[in-house]
Structures are given as structure tokens and as C-alpha cells.
Design a protein around this ligand. Sequence first.
Ligand code: ZN
Ligand code: FE
Ligand code: FE
Length: 258
Amino acid sequence: MIADYHVHSGWSDGQGTAAELLAAAAALGLPEIGIADHLVHPSLGYGMPPERLPAYAAAMRRAAAAARSAGLLVAVEVDYTPETWAELAAPLSQAGLDYVIGSVHFVDGAPFDVEAREVDERWPDADVLFTRYYDHVARLAASGAVDVIGHLDLPKKFGQRPSAAAGAAAEVALDAIAAACVLVEINTSGLRSPAAEAYPAATLLAGARARGIGITFGSDAHRPQEVGASFAHAEELARSVGYTTYVRPSDRAQVRLP
Ligand code: ZN
Ligand code: FE
Ligand code: FE
């Protein structure tokens, strides 16, 4: 079984404690999980503000020490916006985290992944949204403060797809990810959304593979029942573009796909 490196707990917007999430992982036979609760700027109004990071890390470290049948890595999913990044990234290196997932959920000051209506109102042209989004991803990767890029093509969540024109921006983002030696995750939450497809799409993942970018796997579980969700599908997707290993984000160890 493949480790799940993107799980949320009650420390942000997930349901379940570390112990409950670990029990779910153990029941599936996963070797380990990484809990990566949302670390967000207080102005964005959800998830953990930076002041809670030390208490979160300490509580997760205690849960990791108590973990028996599945291991626990301690991480965050940090939210990138150009305006808030310097302030959010500063405490990351001192927090004693095993790794950091960097994600873009906001473009032009608004979340594009909450409801489809907002996408239509603010970004009537999908290419505008995708191009802005990939520009943010490239800057996030180049910041050097994250180990993994979360759900690489998240703007497709409500079924919007970019045209070939936005492909250039995606290529720039992939180049930046490769240059910074950042990993990309196969995030199965897209299968539970209207997009009905994992993040990233196979063509993007093939682009990552061509650049030698390593992968992790994440369910983006917000409930214990979602830990490891659709991982057989994710493994098939990885294999379909040529991956035979994934990467443990804490020490960059290569792990063979089962
Ligand atoms: Zn969340
Ligand atoms: Fe996310
Ligand atoms: Fe997440």
C-alpha cells in the first residue's frame, strides 16, 4: 500500500483526530500518513493561523510518538497568495515540520475552489483563471519554502478546462517545479469533485515525469473514511505515464510502487 501524505484533521477544516486518522490508515495497511492541516494567513479566514503552528506541531509530534501500526509525519498545507507569502513562509522553517505542501486556492484575492458560481463570476474565461493560477504555482515553487505542490490543476474542480493557450503557463509552472526540486502530488480528491479526475490530469503528470519531477500521493482526506481514497486509481495513473516509484517527502527516499 502507498502512503497518504495529504490528510487534514480537526486542527483545520478536517474531522477526526490524529489517532482516528492513524487508525483508518492502519486498517487499510498504509505504511504511514502525513497530516497536513491548512496553514493560512489570518485574513483568509479558515484553517490555522501561524500563531497556532507551534501547538499544532507539538500535538502532532506527540501523536506521532504514540503511533503504532502506521507512522505519522507532521506537515502543513500552506496557502500561497503573493500578498501574504512572506509572512506565512517565515515560521515554516522553525516549526520542526517533516515537510510542507504548498497550495494555491486563491487567485486575485478570492478562493476559486469553493463554489462554481464564484468561478463564473470572477473568471468568465477559464484560461484567465488557469493562467493566473499557474503563475502563482511557479512563484510558490520558486520560493524554496515548500516540498510538494498540492493538487496541481485545482481550477478544474468544477469542470472548467483550460484551452491550449493556458498550456504555456502550465509548462512554465512545471519548469519552475523541476528547477526547485519540488515534488508534485497525485491528489485523489479531484475524483470526489465535479471534475471527476485526480489532480493533476494525465497530460500534466506526463509533463512532470518528462522533467524528472518526483511524486507523492495524497487523498486530501477531510474525514477518516477518506484516508487512502482511490489510491489504486492513483497508482494506475502514475504508472500510465511511466512512474515506478514515489518519494517520501520528509527525506526524499524513493519508494517502489507496489
Ligand atoms: Zn481543507
Ligand atoms: Fe488544498
Ligand atoms: Fe488539502
